[in-house]
Design a protein around this ligand. Sequence first.
Ligand SMILES: [Zn+2]
Length: 136
Amino acid sequence: MAKTKYSKADLEKFKKNIHSKMYDINENIEAVRSTTSSNSSVFAENNTEDYNEGTEAHEVEKSFLLMSRESDYIVNLQKALQRIEDGTYGLCEVYQEDPIKCECPTSPLIDKERLLEVPNATKGVFCKEKKKLNLV
Ligand SMILES: [Zn+2]
């Protein structure tokens, strides 16, 4: 039987890791907010659609993008915490849909190192690549 769950101790570790990442992000957002708050009206006027990663991008646009990216990340981390509560955290999503389709080599559980690095990962590396190519 393949192991499909991390131990309670591991889950605690993941939870702590996620919390500290969320804390860091909040700090970042606060820092950005306090430096750009005087220009906050610019947010509404600036269209970020034609933003390219060029050097001419305004500081404010950059902060705006950073903030929206960071808050997306927070949402994903919150979902990760929910998965810890649900007991599905770390289990490859493909495996959850259909164990036969899961290509994770050793175990349908995502590597511990990877989860600590990318806590919002939902699939094993192999399955992620396959999904990208629409092979799953
Ligand atoms: Zn998988």
